[in-house]
Design a binder for this molecule. Structure first.
Ligand code: MLT
Ligand code: ZN
Length: 475
């Protein structure tokens, strides 16, 4: 049972981090108490900003002893409310941004060790400074932090080639709920010594401990990336293109992102500096990136050849534009990465982060769009994303002029139908955004009881007093 926080305990916690290690004043604390999507507004008597693993350890030892809830927070860009304290005012926030050192980059071993509060963009830049690639890539990489990327097992736009955050992690340093430090910053590619504990903390959304640092995998930097925006008639045609490109490029395809024409139109309308470079009336667009690492890989001309061979009438491509410069490639990426922002500006939206086996994507789009038409007619389907991974952000955006209250009232019935649909297609109701607070009930309802039992047993073993991010992932 968690307890109310006593003033002397707050005093002791402030004493651990010193005068610059906590946030003063309601106004400065406010950004730590609400989530990025504005779904939750929490309360907390103390936002701590620890600077060292020893401080985190001493904080958790006290919280464990006093039964105080702790909410770890990174860049606070998550979609499911995992980093926001509840409304009780009895949970402290542990914001990790002051622990942002890159402890080591080893270009020969292809590893780096970074602290949890390092932003993803800082980690990428540190790798690049040693002519190496840290490949995780997300729209929010300028603010999202490595600790949050680990805690949510972040995905993004390069999963097709490099995998998710779990696949990119070799070792972790974690402060356990009772304040002990798990020092497992191993940099090994092969290590079969018992249970893989680090994997449990990755994707645990701060419910098992506080990740303070990670040993991450690096890759050779692609010398010669090629980026193209491609028009296709249907999602099935997009998958046919993916197959053709796989035959031509194998593992060199790093991104394969799908956008409906509607998403491109919304983005061009709402986001400054975005244009539709194809200018052709394709119903669907694919953003392809080939990242060949070897010298003389010549990805651009090989991609031009592959797209020409895949062009209509014999193939699935109706039009294509190869980026002729890094700036143009960045413009293509801006178009893709601005879709969520364009949806925000369009008004209310109902979001679903779904995955299915890749071959089921066309059926998911067909049946999911029909559900939106039937169950939320004030909205229109904006289904886009990481089609090469079978992961779509299957959203509905409020139609211009439609009633937002009527639309938002559809949320529950639409979500239930969408999640039932992915269940039937063998998919997941949360592909890359996690559970947080938002989907706790769905996890309970939709997870095999044996799996849930094991999750609860893990939680009880790692956090016997239930102080770590209470109410998130599991109730
Ligand atoms: C994306 O891929 O754009 C994000 O994961 C989804 C979103 O921000 O809606
Ligand atoms: Zn995404």
């Amino acid at each position: 049972m968690l307890r109310a926080i006593e003033p002397r305990t707050l005093e002791a916690l402030r004493g651990i981090v010193g005068p610059s290690g906590w946030v003063r004043g309601a106004e400065d604390a406010a950004p730590y108490l609400r989530d990025f999507r504005g779904l939750y507004r929490g309360a907390s008597p103390l936002v701590l900003l620890p600077a060292m693993v020893e401080e985190v350890a001493r904080i958790l030892a006290i919280c464990h002893q006093e039964r105080i809830g702790v909410v770890p927070q990174g860049g606070n860009t998550g979609y499911c409310g995992a980093a926001t304290p509840d409304e009780s005012g009895q949970q402290i926030v542990l914001a990790m941004r002051r622990m942002h050192r890159v402890r080591e980059v080893d270009a020969a071993d292809l590893t780096m060790i970074v602290e949890a509060g390092c932003t993803l963009a800082e980690a990428q830049a540190a790798a690049l400074a040693s002519d190496r690639l840290f490949p995780l890539s997300l729209g929010s990489e300028g603010s999202a932090q490595i600790g949050g990327n680990l805690s949510t097992n972040a995905g993004g736009t390069a999963v097709l080639r490099y995998g998710m955050m779990r696949d990119l992690t070799l070792g972790l340093e974690v402060v356990l709920a009772d304040g002990r430090v798990l020092s497992a910053l191993r940099k090994l590619r092969k290590d079969n010594t018992g249970y893989d504990l680090k994997s449990l903390f990755i994707g645990a959304e701060g419910t098992l401990g506080v990740i303070t640092a990670a040993a991450l995998k690096l890759f050779p930097r692609p010398r010669d990336p090629a980026t193209a925006l491609v028009g296709v008639e249907t999602p099935a045609a997009a998958l046919e293109l993916l197959q053709r490109l796989r035959n031509a490029f194998g593992e060199e395809i790093s991104s394969f992102e799908l956008m409906p024409r509607r998403a491109v139109e919304l983005t061009v309308r709402h986001v400054e500096g975005v244009a539709d470079p194809l200018g052709e009336p394709a119903p669907w667009f694919v953003l392809v990136e080939i990242g060949a690492a070897g010298e003389g890989a010549n990805a651009a001309s090989r991609l031009v050849d592959a797209l020409a061979a895949a062009s209509a009438p014999a193939g699935p491509v109706t039009g294509a534009l190869l980026a002729s410069s890094a700036a143009q490639a960045a413009a293509f990426w801006k178009l893709r990465e601005s879709v969520p922002e364009a949806q925000r500006r369009q008004g209310a939206s109902l979001k679903h982060d779904l995955s299915v086996p890749v071959s089921e994507v066309p059926r998911l789009i067909e049946l999911g769009s029909a559900l939106i038409e039937r169950l939320a007619p004030e909205g229109e389907t904006i289904a886009y994303g990481h089609v090469g991974d079978g992961n779509l952000h299957f959203n509905a955006s409020l139609r211009s002029g439609a009633d937002p209250a009527a639309f938002l009232a559809r949320q529950e019935s639409l979500q239930t139908a969408m999640f039932d649909l992915v269940g039937r297609l063998g998919g997941s109701f949360s592909a890359e955004h996690g559970i947080g607070r938002l989907k706790v009930g769905e996890l309970e309802r939709r997870t095999d009881p044996v799996e849930l039992d094991l999750m609860r047993a893990v939680k009880a073993a790692f956090d016997p007093h239930g102080i770590m991010n209470p109410g998130k992932v599991l109730r």
